[in-house]
Design a protein around this ligand. Structure first.
Ligand code: ADP
Ligand code: MG
Length: 366
């Protein structure tokens, strides 16, 4: 069991890196606490697998340190790190039985055979592989093979951490949901640090207590699903989390007014002052579709918008609007009528986020 600290870590696959874009991992500091259930969430190519492989020791970082419980482990090979890793595609021995595949990681560290049996039976039970134990791995379906591969990652209870790299990609959707629940159960039972890599926000939030959102080789936010939803730290988190993602407006301050292109936005004095004081030309206001107030008739402080169309999703609708030249989306619940033609919008001040150079800055509403 261990706390995993990444200190000034950076990695490039190039021999002569010149700019930040040449780095798969841009300098980062991060701590995975002992016993946590974590997700590492981000789009394809953002550096998730690179980061896991550095933690497990398959890859040596270009610079910086990996610490387990404060001890630098950079020089330790994967076998010396006591970490289990489950990959996207099954890693199993085809000619061995399912039982022997599951037993392998335990026998490898000279576990007494009685204990091997106990653990194999336990893990097989959790993953519903008991009926397959005597079969040769090569005769299994793709789903079953990946379950065996996961079982091999779960079978040792003395590891420092278990790293999962998009382990459910090849698994059928129904079974996926079930296995994710199982992993959560296993985590609760054994309290092993788990880092679960995925590009799927739903998968991340059903598994993890805390999610690290990764973008262009950096962790841009580390928080609970609720924090990522309510206060995204970076515009990317706003876009990526939520369905649909957050609305953003490029804003400027002119003649005492807050403008999105040439359209004046109706915002409170705190927001106005913050935009006036921003020292950058890259200033955005963000608001989640859930928090946009939509009215059918003019209201005090309401901004007139064009209703382009609406998508009825049963218990709620997504309304596609245009405020001046800027498109935006609003989510309204089923008990509210979808406006036709025009709508009047309000942005509650406390729901607005201000982003300068893509990062969120505090707004003083006093
Ligand atoms: P993810 O797992 O988030 O999809 P990766 O860590 O696999 O991302 O990749 C991060 C970046 O590093 C990508 O730009 C990818 O093309 C590059 N990359 C990954 N592996 C290698 C490699 N072995 N050699 C060169 N570039 C690589
Ligand atoms: Mg990957």
């Amino acid at each position: 069991m261990a706390e995993i600290t990444l200190k000034s870590l950076a990695h490039t696959y190039l021999s002569d890196p010149k700019s930040p874009e040449d780095y798969a991992i841009r300098e980062m500091n991060h701590v995975w606490h002992q016993g946590g259930a974590y997700a590492l969430l981000g789009p394809s190519g953002c550096g998730k697998s690179t980061l896991l492989n550095i933690i497990s020791g398959l890859l040596e970082p270009s610079s910086g340190d990996v610490l387990f419980d404060g001890e630098r482990v950079n020089a330790l090979p994967p076998e010396g790190r006591n970490i289990a890793q489950v990959f996207q595609f099954p890693v199993i021995y085809d000619t061995m039985t399912v039982y022997d595949n599951l037993a392998f990681p335990l026998r490898n560290v000279k576990t007494p055979e009685a204990r091997v049996h106990e653990r194999v039976m336990e893990v097989a039970d959790v993953l519903e592989l008991t009926a397959q134990l005597k079969r040769k791995a090569k005769n299994l379906t793709a789903d079953e093979k990946q379950k065996v591969s996961m079982g091999r990652g779960l079978v040792r209870d003395d590891v420092s951490a278990i790293l999962f790299d998009e382990p459910l990609t090849v698994i059928d959707p129904q079974l996926k949901w079930k296995l994710r629940r199982k992993l959560k159960e296993i985590h609760q039972r054994f309290e092993i640090t788990m880092v679960y890599v995925t590009h799927d926000q739903l998968e991340a939030s059903t598994f993890a207590d805390k999610i690290a959102v990764m973008y262009e080789g950096q962790v841009v936010q580390f928080g609970t699903p609720r924090e990522l939803f309510e206060t995204p730290n970076h515009t990317f988190v706003g876009y990526f989390i939520g369905s649909p993602g957050m609305n953003f407006f490029d804003v400027s301050f002119r003649d005492g007014r807050v403008l999105a292109d040439e359209t004046e936005l109706s915002v409170g004095p705190g927001v106005r002052r913050a935009i006036e004081g921003a020292r950058s030309t890259n200033v955005k206001l963000g608001i989640r579709p859930e928090f946009v107030e939509v009215h059918e008739a003019p209201v005090e402080g309401g901004m007139e918008a064009v209703v382009e169309h609406a998508q009825d999703l049963g218990t709620y609708s997504i309304v596609y609007l245009r405020l001046g030249d800027t498109p935006l989306k609003a989510r309204i619940e089923e008990d509210q009528a979808v406006p036709v033609g025009r709508a009047y919008l309000r942005f509650p001040d406390e729901r607005l986020g201000l982003y300068v150079d893509e990062f969120r800055v505090e707004i003083d509403h006093e």
